[in-house]
Design a protein around this ligand. Structure first.
Ligand SMILES: Nc1ncnc2c1ncn2[C@@H]1O[C@H](COP(=O)(O)OP(=O)(O)OP(=O)(O)O)[C@@H](O)[C@H]1O
Length: 515
């Protein structure tokens, strides 16, 4: 069965992630907190390695991109200026019978997706019948059932778009009723009104006695970059075009947070804002679209698992936008957003702060507010994409089963495990000697418990690319076996060569060179 045809795929990944110290439900001893997760001993390492690869590709490899680390709390006016106080809302609706809450727009999108699936089924059927001579465009334009369903989709989308733009929530509810959308859990069609719900978390700064002021947990890291744009430009003597990158936590009170770490209320973003001359934004937008796609593909998760999705409904700040979607266990979904943000943010901050945020262009001998192209990827979603692709169940030649995480070698949390074949005759001491040498360059583990086969399986499940086994021959001729995770092949090499073999295999340089 192909991976994401298995309906239990995500469940298996969630349970593997928990069993092997990758991701735990947060505060589990208190029965957890919905949509919050903690990264365990291996998860934290994997996350750190992904973050580091992104940082190196963006900051270290680009002379004109620098990194910062802005705080989560920002002056509350920041969020007025950015539009988040007034416009960072999702329309929500409750089902009166099941008491479950949904995003009204998602209910409609899912309904549209069902109609679209019918169209695709017709197309697949016809393609199977006509083989190579099948012309999809022609079929779409002439088949009455496809035409009828496409008309339905267009009509729903047009009305839905207008309702969202004009915030006509009465009609949005009417639309849900007319389409006879029912609660996916209970089947009930007994809906409340649609209401706007702001996604920002707020808290208070200072004690109440001092007259505390309301502040927000940042819903995106981007604004920390915009408010620092001039600080960085001046102190770094940066010339356009240049970029500012940062990674860090963002918080959104998502109405429906689900699908494991795909949609959480606390998550981490890796963002880069690229400041450019007005009028060049669409050119840079295309460049960054391609650069980011190449970066994703360099991870080796399969080129067929990515696609672009252009936004037709643009956010208030954008004049072009798309997502890089990944084929997650639950289908193609957004992994990264690339947005041409115009000068919206910097202009708004100029207006609200009363401070000039202009750039003096020496060549043009004039000042202007730069335009911005943003690349924004969710670290947790990337983690899920990598984990889900790596998770493999195999039946071996001898009929036994193994579960192995075929993680990109460079990102694996533990790069090598050193295993004494038995726990006597000086083998543990020799194994420790090898480990003590390796630990200076890579994350390495010593494992002396259980039979060797079980130890190999344990390392496979963690995703360790190399197992170094120390046996009696090691004491005689100084060689060890090195077992490779994916092929399970073993070869004998001199113990003195182990560190250079592993360092070469985990080196990020070949990946960075492809970019
Ligand atoms: N609740 C979340 N949990 C985990 N990652 C998230 C969440 N919201 C956004 N991200 C990540 O941050 C990236 C950039 O944020 P952006 O504001 O463009 O997302 P978005 O378009 O609101 O996402 P979505 O449509 O899935 O809600 C997304 O591509 C995604 O990888």
């Amino acid at each position: 069965m192909a991976k994401n045809e298995d309906p239990n795929e995500l469940k298996k990944i969630v349970s593997h992630a928990k069993e092997y110290g990758y991701v735990f439900p947060s505060s589990e001893i208190y029965d957890g907190l919905s949509a919050t997760y903690d990264y365990g001993q291996y998860g934290a390492e994997l996350k750190q390695n992904i973050r580091q690869y992104w940082w190196k590709a963006m900051v270290q490899m680009n002379e004109n991109i620098v990194g910062i680390d802005a705080s989560i709390f920002m002056h509350p006016t920041t969020w007025k200026a950015s539009g988040h106080v007034d416009a960072f809302n999702d329309p929500m609706i409750d089902n009166k019978d099941s008491k479950k809450r949904y995003r009204a727009d998602v209910l409609i999108e899912e309904h549209v997706a069902k109609i679209d699936a019918k169209i695709n089924k017709e197309i697949e059927k016809a393609a199977g019948k006509f083989g190579d001579s099948f012309d999809e465009a022609q079929f779409r334009a002439t088949n009455p059932r496809v035409l009828q369903n496409q008309e339905k989709i267009d009509a729903i989308n047009a009305r839905f778009k207008e309702d969202i733009e004009k915030e006509n929530f009465e009609d949005l509810k009417l639309l849900i009723e007319e389409l006879e959308i029912s609660d996916p859990v209970s089947g009930s069609k007994n809906w409340t009104e649609v209401r706007q719900f702001n996604l920002m978390f707020s808290t208070e700064l200072g004690s109440l006695a001092d007259g505390a002021s309301k502040i927000y947990l940042r819903p995106e890291t981007a604004q920390g970059i915009f408010v620092n744009y001039l600080n960085v430009q001046k102190t770094g003597r940066m010339k356009l075009p240049f970029g500012i990158a940062q990674t860090g936590k963002a918080f959104r009170n998502e109405i429906i947070a689900r699908q494991f770490i795909f949609r959480m209320r606390e998550f981490e973003q890796m963002e880069m804002q690229f400041f450019i001359k007005p009028g060049t934004e669409l050119e840079w937008y295309e460049i960054w679209k391609n650069k980011r796609m190449n970066w994703h593909k360099s991870l080796g998760l399969g080129e067929e698992n990515y696609r672009f999705h252009d936004h037709l409904n643009l956010a208030h700040y954008a004049n072009a936008a798309c997502d890089i979607e990944f084929n997650f266990p639950m289908g193609f979904k957004e992994l990264e957003g690339i947005h041409s943000r115009t000068d919206f943010d910097l202009k708004a901050h100029e207006e609200y702060s009363g401070k000039k945020l202009q750039y003096f262009d020496n060549e043009m001998e004039q000042s202007y507010v730069p335009y911005v192209v943003e690349t924004s990827v969710g670290l947790d979603r990337l983690f899920l994409a990598i984990l889900a692709t790596a998770y493999t169940e195999e039946t071996l030649e001898d009929g036994s089963e193994r579960t192995v995480l075929k993680l990109p070698v460079q990102l694996a949390p533990v790069k090598a495990a050193v295993l004494p074949l038995i726990n006597k005759d000086g083998l543990p001491e020799k194994a420790r000697e090898i480990m003590d040498d390796l630990k200076f360059s890579v994350n390495v583990q010593y494992d002396g418990k259980d039979a060797i086969g079980r130890r190999y399986r344990r390392q496979d499940a963690i995703g360790t690319p190399f197992c170094i086994t120390v046996d009696h021959q090691t004491l005689e001729d100084g060689t060890v076996t090195i077992r490779e995770r994916d092929s399970m092949e073993q070869r004998r090499v001199a113990a003195s060569e182990v560190s250079s073999i592993i360092e070469k295999a985990v080196d990020l340089k070949p990946l960075l060179k492809q970019l």
